[in-house]
Design a protein around this ligand. Sequence first.
Ligand code: GLA
Length: 390
Amino acid sequence: MNCDVLSKFRELYQIDPSHYAKSPGRVDLMGSHTDYNHGFVVTMPINLEIECAFTTNDSGVISLYSCNIDTTVKIDAKTGEMIEGDDWGKYPSAVAKVLIDEGHELTAFSGAFCSSIPIGSGLSSSAALEATVMAILAETSQLKIDKLNMSLLSQKAENVYVGVNCGILDQYSVIFGERHKAIKLDCRELSHEQVSWPKDIMVAICNTNKPRQLHGSEYDDRRAQCEQAVEVFAKIDSKIEKLRDVSIEFFHEHKDKLSPEASKRAQFIIEENNRTHELEEALSTNDKAKLKDVFARSYAGARDLFEISNDAMEHMYTAMSTATGVVASRQAGAGFGGCMVSLIYKNQLEEFKSSVFDKYKELTGIECEIYGVRTADGTNVEAVLESKTH
Ligand code: GLA
């Protein structure tokens, strides 16, 4: 969706916005479900973004309009409670509550939001909304919160008040994003380094148009099964705190002590974590055969061991991996539908798009969406200059 949030703001509130905030979505290129196992993820902020034009108000009520959903949400700035609105308001309300819990006094604002991130499709639409609201409240309320704390507080908002037990990947990726940089995030140390990027390759995201639902028990089940494996392994080696600490050799030596399910989940996480290093290496040497292989092994593991694929994803994988211009393809986000990701030759985006679209439609009858994306800057707020408002 392309919409001019500055004009929308003026139309709604009959004044000029003082500030403009923006946050990218993210796509993970390797490291599915490794974040809550304290592993690594290769991730990238993308130019599918959420934008907001805003200005403070003195009513004590945070008023947020969404161009995508065409509704206004109202939140009490003293309590963080939603006074009026619908489902999407739970994210800004959660952020306000977490900041209030931290002892901050919030200054209310009025804002107009617009997002080009497909909602609930595995590209961090909720983390982008949380991060945008947090950055806005930090600006309006003069709070000094560094990027790491913003990431942790946004994750807390999602865990405690939205009720989704996610890891740190989404919030960290959208807040720390930097244009021209894909990063390898260390989810234990909460630090990252830039990965090198081949000049002839870009990222394409293919939306199965089967929305993913993280509220289902599947995500929590996967987390619990990983924890069961850790519990067993920690009895053998007390230094093991998370699956990050388990080598593949140790796993094979002791896997018979796990339930069949926990064994499959743990094998996937340990191998997937190792693949983040393999991907980093393959990107730095621009080894296309290796890129294809490491992505293919990631998808096979997601399907057969972690079991987060479904029919739509399987058909999309077929369409992507046989398409013109493709280098490598795999799942993205939590799985269970939503978006998948390919590395493709930069000069073949259009050919890639039309061949994936046609094949997926032939296989499923569904018309999918394909986005050629580039890296984008992380969540930021800037003053709106006079000249920009008219
Ligand atoms: C969702 C969660 C993240 C992460 C991914 C899977 O996006 O919000 O924390 O676990 O799934 O890698």
